[in-house]
Design a protein around this ligand. Structure first.
Ligand code: GDP
Ligand code: MN
Length: 393
């Protein structure tokens, strides 16, 4: 789960990371009102879950209330990387002398958290990594030992800040607080870019990017509530149904049991010339209700021209899956072809359930490979020729 900048900064403030005073506004009038409290100059920033807001014009430093109103009006009307801006953060402006980069991220390669620091921040870190790899300090952190003193000293040395200086001490405390927060919030990513040094030598987090491990959300009811509030309706619905769901750009809805199966199905679709509309994992042992919810979430995307259901039954029973599909057809109108592959536990029973229901538009494929082929053909409008209503008017 990704947090918005202002949500991350609330966690930062509570964890003792230095952030400037700020307020969230959803209208230009609220932005102006917030400015009255904060004092000029302020920065008005688009609150969307994507980077590159600066480049897209979603971050504006304002010197007058009139600027604030104009910036808020413009930014609240923007769409950045397909995400409409629904709120802005109004924050005291910093007088920046230097922009640095700090992050802690769970790394597959390091099999654990890695602390990354760069003296030069604000920019795209991948860019810097290509231009000058030596400018980046990368230190794997042993989760049992925690962050070690020498690792913090490495960061200070890379920053060129003496340990006894005011800014050096502030950076030291910031790195340690970031580690504690990363650990306590079950984050998989905590990124501060830029971590700024101001003209008066103060260290301050000007941006926040925090991703919390979804599997740990049960330990953080407060984050789960945030997720509900800020997720789009589809994501929220998928979460409530217990699905692992990610929206993708293509037009073939994909449902499977197990992340590996879903990913390999998506790869096969791509290889066959199709494009997945989503990643939807119903998990192990899913009952009919979960399957029905999954199909409804997939179809609610609006850009789906075929659905591919690939089940390799283990603890998941194919007859439960079939019953879930039948349930949806009984409740809603499904007007795209649905291709189903059922193998493993209770596959024969599952196929029998589908055959008996005789759902229009549903085809049971003989193999996973055939299912992929049929789904791609269906999405291209090549097969079947026409699909009529899926029953239940
Ligand atoms: P991002 O582009 O989505 O990563 O948004 P950021 O929050 O990182 O802001 C982009 C850039 O705006 C930063 O790198 C800064 O150069 C600038 N910026 C952000 N906040 C302030 C501020 O308080 N004062 C000034 N002068 N510039 C800021
Ligand atoms: Mn940034």
């Amino acid at each position: 789960m990704d947090l918005l900048e202002h949500q991350g900064k609330k966690l930062f403030a509570a964890a003792g990371l230095p952030v400037l005073a700020n307020a969230v506004a959803v209208t230009p009038a609220e932005a102006v009102e917030a400015t009255r409290r904060l004092g000029l100059p302020v920065v008005v920033k688009a609150q969307v879950k994507t980077g590159g807001r600066g480049k897209a014009g979603g971050v504006r430093v304002c010197d007058t209330r009139h600027d604030v109103e104009a910036a808020a009006t413009e930014i609240l009307g923007m769409t950045i990387k397909d995400r409409p801006v629904e709120a802005v953060l109004v924050e005291e402006a910093a007088d920046i002398s230097r922009e640095m980069y700090l992050s802690i991220a769970l790394s597959r390669a390091a099999r654990g958290p890695v602390l990354v620091f760069a003296r030069e921040g604000g920019v795209d870190i991948e860019d810097l990594a290509r231009r000058d790899p030596s400018a980046i300090v990368r230190r794997p952190v042993d989760p049992l030992l925690g962050l070690c003193d020498y690792q913090v000293r490495d960061v200070l040395a890379a920053a060129g800040l003496p340990r006894k200086s005011y800014a050096g001490r502030a950076l030291d405390a910031t790195v340690r607080a970031a580690w504690s927060l990363y650990l306590e919030s079950d984050a998989t990513l905590l990124e501060i870019n830029p971590l700024a040094l101001t003209q008066d030598g103060v260290v301050v987090c000007l941006d926040s990017k925090v991703t919390v491990d979804d599997s740990a959300l049960f330990r953080h009811p407060d984050f789960a509530a945030l997720a509900e509030a800020s997720a789009d309706e589809r994501e929220a619905r998928a979460r409530r149904a217990g699905l692992a769901f990610v929206e993708l750009d293509g037009d073939i809805g994909v449902m499977g049991n197990g992340a590996g199966l879903v990913m390999s199905t998506i790869d096969q679709l791509t290889a066959a010339g199709g494009a997945a509309a989503d990643f939807c994992d119903i998990g192990g042992g899913a009952r009919a209700k979960v399957v029905a919810d999954a199909l409804e979430v997939i179809l609610s995307g609006g850009h789906v021209s075929a659905v591919l259901v690939s089940i390799f039954g283990g603890i998941t029973r194919c007859d439960e899956v079939a019953r879930g599909l039948v349930q949806v057809f009984g409740e809603t109108r499904v007007d795209v072809p649905v291709i189903v592959r059922l193998d493993g536990t209770a596959a024969a029973e599952g196929r029998a359930v589908l055959a008996e229901a005789g759902l229009t538009g549903v085809t049971v494929a003989g193999s996973a490979a055939e299912a992929v082929e049929l789904a791609v053909a269906a999405a291209h409008g090549e097969w079947p020729a026409t699909v009529t209503s899926g029953g239940g008017d």
